[in-house]
Design a protein around this ligand. Structure first.
Ligand code: ATP
Ligand code: MG
Ligand code: MG
Ligand code: MG
Length: 563
């Protein structure tokens, strides 16, 4: 027996107009259809229909994680500082981390992701190689103080993520756990009905550990991926934009001098860097009204001049030079990301243009940045070649011209290796009786983001249009007419529910059939059943939300079709 949800009692109103601050389709539609409401910037409340969709996504994720042997746990979101100090992330995470103090002055944080805490859990629970491998996961709200929480639930400051962590004693074990997750994610996203690509997320040269992203093509996406029309190569442009090169004397190029424009507008900045204004630029530090608002870091944060422009007056934005890094080592330290060169503490010049090399050196006092000759003027650890990938650039596998598209990052899988287990000293006793350092993977699915990504990919000009498995109901029954029709509509609804069909019924009095039809299309339940003029004769209309095909049928047959 499924539930009948009556719209006359539903704690959610549909809206005729888009919310004023909404830029992307999923934001507009989820608010208008009464699925979510904004509570604060990047903080969302999920109303009854939205909660159902979210729960359906959670259920699918849970089923597929259980299927690969994952064990569900629930760790706190309020976390102590110490483990994050041990791995350096208390500082490295920068402004995105919500830090807080308790009444005794103790430092806490709201978990943005839980590698440290899972590592400590396994350290506490596992003592021998016989306790491993293990996959642990949770479905829980995460907190990140995103610089620009826009786009509705696509980028929240509080959002639901499924995060899982694998622990193995051997590298082959890690590869196996990674492969299991990759398969589970393929199933999850296929069941959700999402169109997605698996993309390389980090260049091999940047550290060797493997990472892939699941990207859902959509205009609203904030990632760009390069896709080969001829072979299976697909990569986030972040992954193909950087190459970390070891020092090889003469091979290290001198920095180019890049003129700082007189009038720092988006257009002049972009022009001086030789890229379109909308291009996502990496490796830039951007100040707005004297405050650093973003720093481009490969694999971490990025700066999109187009977006900065959308939020701030262009004239207030300026690029800053190397001097600004003085005393801001916190910004520089995470430079290559967790998988890359770890010891970088300094970057010679934050300004960068396509084809320019960034040199990472040991000389912390370096403040000049013109015509520097690496190796002569300062010591060099390594350098990063920055290449902005353009549409039509040759595919590294087969040479075919690459296509570039926007996409939403819906999942991310990562072979971490021993970064966290080294920092927190997680060993188990090996087969030979000696301690073995555990190796680790971490894997995330954006649960709330998946709802928005689905909305983006499936909506049409009438509204949301959910795939069956995630829809908030199986059928939307519309009582189109007088009170008698409402009684009949409720009767049909009860009969459907008795057969296990999830029903949303529009039994609102004093609302015209026209408004009810519009709302049904906006809400996006896959089937719409209309109890109208002919229902007294035992005839209803059954309509497919996606195709718009409609048919008049005897009630019994309509019920049979829906069960
Ligand atoms: P992004 O590049 O979009 O900021 P991320 O790389 O920082 O995401 P991960 O740390 O890889 O995110 O987290 C795993 C997953 O959590 C992401 O693939 C994404 O689906 C989701 N996610 C991350 N940040 C947010 C957010 N602010 N709001 C909603 N979902 C998010
Ligand atoms: Mg992020
Ligand atoms: Mg990302
Ligand atoms: Mg990611």
């Amino acid at each position: 027996m499924a539930q009948v949800q009556r719209m006359s009692r539903l704690m959610a109103k549909t809206l005729r107009d888009d919310p004023a601050d909404a830029e992307v389709l999923s934001h507009k539609l989820l608010v208008r259809a009464g699925y979510v409401r904004r509570t604060a910037a990047g903080v969302w409340s999920w109303l009854p229909l939205g909660r159902k969709v979210l729960a359906n996504v959670e259920r699918i994720v849970r089923e597929e994680m259980d299927a690969i042997g994952g064990q569900e746990v629930l760790l706190p979101a309020l976390l102590p500082r110490e483990p994050y100090d041990a791995t350096g992330r208390w500082d490295e995470y920068g402004q995105e981390l919500f830090r807080l103090k308790d009444r005794k002055g103790g430092d806490y944080l709201l978990g943005p992701t839980h590698e440290e805490i899972f590592t400590l859990l396994v350290k506490d629970q596992a003592s021998s190689y016989k306790d491993l491998p293990v996959i642990l996961y949770q479905i829980q709200n995460k907190f990140r103080d995103e610089a620009r929480p826009r786009a509705g639930v696509l980028r929240g400051r509080e959002f639901c993520m499924k995060d899982s962590y694998s622990f193995d004693t051997e590298d082959e074990g890690l590869a196996r756990s990674y492969a299991l997750h990759r398969e589970a994610y393929r199933k999850i996203f296929a069941r959700l009905g999402l169109d997605y690509r698996i993309c390389a997320a980090t260049a091999g040269a940047m550290g060797g550990s493997k990472s892939e992203e699941f990207l859902a093509p959509a205009e609203a996406g904030e990632d760009t991926f390069a896709d080969c029309p001829n072979c299976d190569f697909a990569a986030n442009t972040e992954a193909v934009s950087y190459e970390l090169k070891p020092v090889d004397g003469s091979a290290v190029p001198a920095l180019e001098e890049i003129p700082t424009p007189d009038t720092p507008t988006i257009e002049t900045l972009a022009a001086s860097l030789g890229v379109p204004a909308s291009t996502t630029l990496k490796n830039l530090l951007v100040k707005v009204d004297g405050e650093i608002v973003a720093v481009g870091v490969p694999g971490d944060r990025e700066v999109d001049l187009g977006k900065v422009e959308a939020h701030f007056a262009p004239a207030a934005v300026e690029l800053v030079t190397a001097e600004d890094f003085t005393g801001r080592e916190d910004l520089v330290r995470g430079y290559v990301g967790p998988q890359g060169l770890e010891k970088v503490t300094y970057i010679a010049d934050p300004r960068v243009a396509p084809g320019t090399s960034w040199i990472t050196g040991a000389n912390k006092d370096q403040t000049h940045a013109k015509n520097v000759v690496a190796g002569r003027d300062f010591e060099v650890d390594a350098y990063v070649d920055v290449v902005v990938v353009q549409e039509g650039d040759p595919c590294p596998n087969c040479g075919t011209g690459l296509k570039l598209d926007r996409a939403i990052e819906i999942g991310h899988i990562f072979q971490l290796g021993r970064k966290y287990t080294d920092a927190l000293k997680l060993d188990v006793l090996g087969q030979n009786g000696k301690p073995v350092r555990v190796t680790m993977g971490s894997y995330g699915v954006g649960v709330t983001r998946a709802v928005a990504a689905l909305a983006e990919q499936t909506a049409d000009d009438k509204g949301l249009c959910w795939p069956a498995e995630v829809a908030p109901a199986d059928v939307h029954v519309v009582a189109a007419g007088k009170a008698a029709q409402t009684e009949l509509a409720l009767e049909v609804s009860e009969q459907l529910a008795a057969k296990g069909v999830r029903v949303l019924v529009d039994d609102r009095a004093g609302v015209s059939p026209g408004v009810k039809f519009t709302d049904a299309e906006l809400i996006g339940v896959p089937k719409i059943l209309v109890a109208g003029r002919r229902t007294a004769e035992g005839v209803v209309e059954l309509k497919d939300r996606r195709t718009g095909e409609r048919e008049e049928l005897p009630v019994a047959e309509a019920i049979a079709r829906l069960t």
